[in-house]
Design a binder for this molecule. Structure first.
Ligand SMILES: Cc1ncc(COP(=O)(O)O)c(C=O)c1O
Ligand SMILES: N[C@@H](CCOP(=O)(O)O)C(=O)O
Length: 465
């Protein structure tokens, strides 16, 4: 299995090198040269299997020689052993034809744990083999950072630097990142928004001398392994609802487009997905693009679903690669226009491809709060604001296509956003007992300006210490 860049001008790599490399050296994102397809019978055989068994069947064809079936099975078992629900990703019915896939039973209470716990295992195994040490950098709007820190804290051959937007993550999210005491964890509060943090991370990768000097690695959805691990739960939920014998749709609360792009890969592999519905909060650049064919930056507004306050949606580049017939030069040109002028326009052909796969919707702040309250009243399920954005948009889509079962991804636990949930319902969700003292633990973080040179100097200094 080999991997190529969405911009067409970086070396082709195998799975392990792709995982350890992060951003491609031409600034693009790695994707498989060819997506392995599962037959109808292979998909049907997943019904009733454990999450771990589905994970092995879905992911191993992408892994190549990196891990044998036996070794990979062990990594998967270790990755999900500490999840707080025996099903790992339980599926609950909210209404006729509408299901909720709870992805928040991992150690940091968000869907990121599904990929990050496994990547932690894969990095450890790969680095132990090679004797390498790496410097992991990540940008977060709250959840990737805590999941990455949880997966890599205390590891001998790894330093992990997480950039989060100062004052724009919830108190629980911030404390999950700033209270781990291990010396290899570096929480950096950056003056700016998530896009500022992600731009700094990509700038470090695009500085080839620096990336080689510190052996940079990435655990954002820049990293193909992140997307791959997220493909699994689309299969797990799909077969539970009758795939491959019937079609299923998914609504995905979306920001950086990694999660919904994992759904696209599941569809390419043969899972019969009728529609992938992009659910945005009021930062609706993706929804506007689907409506108007123009992707145009207008500035990010803080919302009660802060993890989705994103305007430069990194993995949309992967979607564009498919929408342009895998023409890396065309994608590179669009990304150049976005960097120069803050916008690009898509052709009719590209839009026809995107609209054939994805639908979209937007949910404002009042609608988000109303969805949290209504879902609690009607079903007893307490949603986080991101999941509520998904439920609101899914309901609109279901009204148009009631015959296809819809799965909405519940991407975080409500206790990560207690203020918004309490304001909407009067109920304050509590953290699980293992995190009960989160607000008593001392915090440790470094405040940084939006300045690449300052950041690089800090990283050099910390890894030399
Ligand atoms: C809770 C939550 N929901 C939804 C999203 C959006 O997911 P993606 O960035 O993969 O589109 C994020 C951030 O990634 C998140 O943390
Ligand atoms: N919402 C994310 C943003 C980063 O997304 P990623 O999937 O590219 O890591 C977060 O919580 O950090």
């Amino acid at each position: 299995m080999s991997y190529i860049s969405t911009r067409g001008a970086a070396p082709e790599l195998d799975f392990e090198a792709t995982m350890l490399t992060g951003l491609a050296r031409d600034g693009g994102l790695y994707v498989p040269r060819a997506v392995p397809v599962m037959t109808h019978d292979q998909i049907a055989a997943l019904a009733g299997k454990s999450y771990e068994d589905v994970a092995l069947a879905v992911m191993h064809p992408f892994i190549g020689e990196a891990f044998s079936q036996t070794a990979f099975r062990e990594l998967i078992a270790r990755a999900y052993a500490d999840f707080g629900h025996p099903a790992r990703a339980p599926l609950k019915q909210l209404a006729p034809g509408h299901f909720l896939l709870e992805l928040f039973h991992g150690p940091t209470l968000a869907f990121k744990d599904f990929a990050m716990q496994l990547i932690g295992q894969m990095f450890q195994a790969a680095l132990a083999r090679s004797g390498q040490r790496v410097t992991i950098v990540g940008a977060t709007s709250g959840d990737t950072g805590s999941a990455a820190i949880e997966a890599f804290r205390g590891l001998a051959n790894v330093d992990v630097f997480i950039l989060f937007p100062h004052g724009r993550v919830s108190d629980v999210q911030r404390r999950q990142m700033t209270t781990p005491s291990e010396a290899n964890v570096h929480a950096l509060a950056v003056d700016g928004d998530f896009d500022t943090c992600q731009a700094l991370v990509k700038a470090m990768f695009n500085d080839h001398a620096f990336r080689d000097e510190v052996a940079l690695a990435g655990v954002n959805s820049i990293n193909w392994a992140r997307v791959l691990a997220q493909v699994v739960y689309f299969f797990f939920a799909g077969v539970a609802l009758g795939a491959p014998h019937r079609k299923v749709s998914f609504t995905v609360p979306t920001g950086n487009f990694g999660d919904i792009f994992a759904g696209f890969i599941a569809r390419e592999m043969g899972l019969p997905i009728a529609r992938l519905v992009i659910a945005t909060n009021r930062n609706d650049i993706l929804h506007r693009c689907m409506e108007t064919a123009t992707y145009e930056r207008q500035g990010v507004a803080p919302t009660i679903s802060p993890s989705m306050d994103i305007e430069v949606s990194s993995n949309f580049e992967r979607a564009l690669f498919w929408a342009h017939g895998q023409d890396g030069a065309a994608v590179a040109a669009l990304m150049g226009e976005l960097a120069q002028g803050g916008a690009f326009h898509l052709s009719e052909n590209a839009m026809a491809h995107l609209r054939g796969v994805y639908a979209s919707g937007r949910c404002d702040e009042a609608q988000t709060a109303a969805a949290i309250a209504a879902t609690l009243a009607e079903t007893g399920e307490l949603l986080c604001p991101h999941s509520a954005v998904g439920v609101h948009v899914a309901e609109t889509h279901l009204a148009r296509d009631p015959a296809t079962p819809m799965v909405t991804l519940a991407t975080a636990h409500p206790a990560k956003f207690p203020d918004a949930v309490e304001a909407a319902t009067g109920q304050r969700p509590g953290l699980p007992p293992r995190m009960a003292d989160l607000f008593d633990r001392p915090e440790r973080m470094t405040r940084l300006p939006d300045d690449l040179a300052t950041l690089q100097a800090l990283i050099r200094e910390r890894i030399a210490a």
